[in-house]
Design a protein around this ligand. Structure first.
Ligand SMILES: Cc1cc2nc3c(=O)[nH]c(=O)nc-3n(C[C@H](O)[C@H](O)[C@H](O)COP(=O)(O)OP(=O)(O)OC[C@H]3O[C@@H](n4cnc5c(N)ncnc54)[C@H](O)[C@@H]3O)c2cc1C
Length: 404
């Protein structure tokens, strides 16, 4: 291992960092994941809804104790309470316990040969000459440094390490604040997620209600501001939601940041790759980032292995990582971003019009037949091209532009 401390340094033991570690270790290279918190998976902030197809594509089969529930459909409510049910008749998604999920991924990384070091905060990274990156760390014993051939930054959306290193960070406009309650004794169907649109409660986003088994649920929303207050108002006043939760008791509340923008403009530098939420690699329609971020993270891991094989961690090789994730995900992300902008620009009347008409014109069939929770581009494009959608869109567009 020449004068270096390790081959690959990974910042952050979230799903992206851990999946990158699995990939690096699988190739037989030494790798350490540095996590600032005392326990992997804590504090958690996620709703934990992961598609079965996405997990399969990541070659992940979570064990029983990680999976809380299976979901086969989604009911979407317009602001006035009209609803469409997208029912796919199979196990479309898992609701997972994110703390246990992340811990399970950490075990996978360790089994593959990676080290996962908690209570190790990365204070900075700096490319320090050919094939070497210096990682500045702090733990209970003080400050010290480690040198690696290449670093993968998977620090999540705060982007503190990237900012300090002068690397691109997620745009402020991409952030929405989110808040959730975990409740028991909810009156819900155990196999369907519910999504409630409407400016009154969640402007520009939606309220989600995810059954996690035994009449327990995660109910949450994201918004530009006041997420917790808005959520409390929705639970108290939304005509349908308040019915669902009228006998429920809150077990805990927790918040976080959801991203709804496009990825950062550059995800590589000499000796460094940026992945997961830190690179803005999430679905802009829902803020979900475990599957797509994890997909890119795996590519970062295999590209890191390549830098070692080629004895070159300069941009010449790290740029291949960006080329790879872009070829698979960029147009998907662009389409979802556009759809998210359209939905948040429509207003309540527009959403009522689209949701009501989509049902009437039979467009829900397309989503049921072709929908994919992660790779949404095909369905969005198919909907946009359908002549029936033209009629729906023409009506709804009045609510986008008041001068039409
Ligand atoms: C309310 C809410 C609900 C969500 N629901 C879903 C959902 O249902 N499905 C879905 O797919 N996604 C969901 N997401 C998004 C999902 O949580 C993220 O996309 C995902 O966690 C990103 O993984 P990551 O590994 O890139 O980052 P993170 O999970 O944020 O992990 C980053 C890790 O890096 C560590 N770290 C940060 N800085 C340092 C440092 N300097 N040194 C050492 N360690 C550091 C952090 O402690 C953390 O453990 C949700 C998000 C929120 C906020």
């Amino acid at each position: 291992m020449n004068s270096l401390d390790l081959d690959v340094a990974i910042i952050g033991a979230g799903p992206s960092g851990l999946l990158a570690a699995v990939e690096v270790a699988r190739h037989g290279h030494s790798c350490a994941v540095f996590e600032e918190h005392p326990n992997v998976g804590e504090p958690d902030h996620c709703a934990g809804l992961l598609s079965t197809s996405g997990l399969k594509s990541l070659r992940l089969r979570p064990p029983k104790d990680v999976i809380q529930n299976y979901v086969s459909g989604a009911r979407i409510y317009s602001p006035s309470g009209q609803s469409i049910l997208i029912e796919r008749g199979k196990r479309e998604a898992f609701a997972v316990d994110r703390r246990k999920f992340d811990l399970w991924l950490a075990e996978k990384a360790q089994d593959a040969g990676a080290e996962v070091l908690t209570q190790h905060r990365v204070e900075g990274i700096k490319s320090s000459g050919k094939n070497s990156v210096r990682v500045h760390l702090r733990n209970g014993d003080g400050r010290f440094g480690k040198t690696a051939i290449v670093a993968i930054n998977a620090e999540g959306s705060r982007c503190v390490v990237s900012r300090k290193a002068g690397l691109p960070t997620v745009k402020k406009q991409s952030f929405r604040v989110a808040y959730q309650f975990e409740v028991k004794n909810a009156e819900i169907e155990d196999d369907s997620v519910e999504m409630f649109y409407g400016r009154k409660y969640a402007p520009g986003f939606f309220v989600w209600l995810i059954p996690i088994g035994d009449n327990r649920a995660r109910v949450g929303l994201a918004a530009r501001d006041k997420a917790k207050t808005r959520l409390q108002a929705a639970i108290r006043h939304h005509p349908i939601l308040k019915q669902r939760l009228r006998k429920s008791q809150t077990e805990r509340g927790f918040g976080g940041a959801v991203l709804v923008g496009m990825p950062i403009p550059r995800t590589y530098a000499d000796g460094i790759m940026i992945t997961g939420d830190a690179a803005g690699l999430v679905k802009p329609t829902t803020g979900g980032g475990v599957i797509l971020g994890g997909t890119a993270a795996r590519m970062a891991g295999s590209t890191a292995a390549e830098t070692i094989m080629e004895n070159d961690s300069s941009e010449r090789v790290t740029r291949l990582y960006e080329k790879r994730w872009k070829s698979l995900l960029l147009s998907e992300l662009r389409t979802m971003y556009l759809a998210q902008r359209l939905i948040s620009g429509l207003g309540d009347k527009g959403l009522d019009s689209v949701i009501g008409d989509a049902y009437r014109y039979g467009l829900v069939d397309i989503v049921e037949r072709e929908g994919d929770m992660d790779m949404q581009q095909r369905t969005i494009t198919r909907l946009m091209r359908d002549p029936r959608m033209f009629a729906v869109g023409l009506k709804a567009i009045r609510y986008l532009n008041p001068f039409l």
